[in-house]
Write a protein that binds this ligand. Structure first.
Ligand SMILES: O=C(O)CCC(=O)C(=O)O
Length: 284
């Protein structure tokens, strides 16, 4: 593996015009050979250091610790661990390089006709743990079909998630499928409101839209989906973690909508206030 200082120079390429068109037509896009594989190998090392080789050895977050003591478990989708990428030199350079592509994908203009910038919102390691094993954090089930938008407590759409597998994976690992064109269906609620079903049960008209196959990724491939796009994944049927990293961006002019959100500390913020540059820098 090459030295990290070399990798920082250009961790990923920029999206093409065809990829931008696909993203707007379907609400998601697969970017093949987008990231330098050595960057992903280095990030897998960082993730393993934080979470252990089993991806389940990181400390339990406070609320979850109490829930586990009561016999409950965490979210089934994955074991989410903040990656604090902005404070890691290699991941920070990747975040800023991704910002250039996010700006093209976002395709929004400022009032004076320039391209609107993109703001960092959050980044996490999101290993899906093997379905066949017990886990401390939960995170070893399927990802129910859902939409991200309302969960992020922002006042406008335009946000997107870059999803980076840290190893080559196919459907057996529990990779995502996307409901084509569902980003045009409006705001479809929070994932916690669907009872024992999912977005496809509560909004059955979504079933008339086509769905992508579960993704297959070579090392370096990523997917991007809008926060209005319905997506979900099967369980991880491998006997080891499905390691992934996700980076969430928002339009530069986004404001907090005032609702509680586990993704950021809003104690010093006012509803409808823009997200501050210090914690949420403009990256593209
Ligand atoms: O990693 C997964 O299985 C789901 C990811 C997801 O829901 C998202 O990136 O919005």
């Amino acid at each position: 593996m090459r030295d990290e200082s070399v990798l920082q120079a250009q961790p990923c390429r920029t999206v093409t015009a065809e990829e931008v068109d696909h993203f707007h037509e379907f609400g998601w896009v697969k970017l093949e050979r987008f990231v330098d594989p050595d960057v992903l190998r280095a990030m897998l090392g960082v993730a393993r250091e934080k979470m252990g080789d089993d991806a389940d050895s990181n400390p339990l977050p406070p609320g979850l610790e109490e829930a586990v003591a009561r016999g409950q478990s965490g979210l089934s989708y994955f074991n989410a661990q903040r990656s604090s990428g902005l404070s890691h030199p290699l991941i920070r350079s990747l975040i800023h390089d991704v910002g250039k592509s996010a700006k093209r994908l976002q395709r929004r203009a400022t009032p004076d006709g320039a391209e609107l910038g993109v703001r960092y919102y959050s980044d996490f390691f999101v290993p899906k743990l093997p379905a066949s094993k017990k886990s401390r954090h939960g995170g070893n089930g399927p990802t129910a079909f859902h939409q991200d938008f309302i969960t992020f407590a922002v006042d406008r759409s335009g946000g997107m998630t870059f999803w980076f597998p840290l190893e080559p994976y196919g459907p057996q690992a529990g990779t995502m499928s996307f409901v084509n064109g569902s980003h045009r269906a409006g705001v479809l609620g929070d994932y916690t409101t669907y009872g024992s079903g999912d977005a496809l049960d509560v909004f059955p008209e979504l079933r008339a839209l086509g769905m992508s196959d579960p993704m297959t990724y070579e090392l370096g491939d990523v997917t991007v989906h809008t926060h209005l796009t319905i997506h979900g994944a099967g369980p991880n049927m491998m006997d080891r973690p499905r390691w992934a990293y996700l980076l969430v961006t928002q339009p530069a002019d986004v404001c907090w909508n005032g609702s509680p959100c586990p993704n950021f500390d809003s104690t010093a913020m006012k509803p409808w206030e823009p997200f501050g540059d210090e914690r949420f820098p403009v990256i593209g």
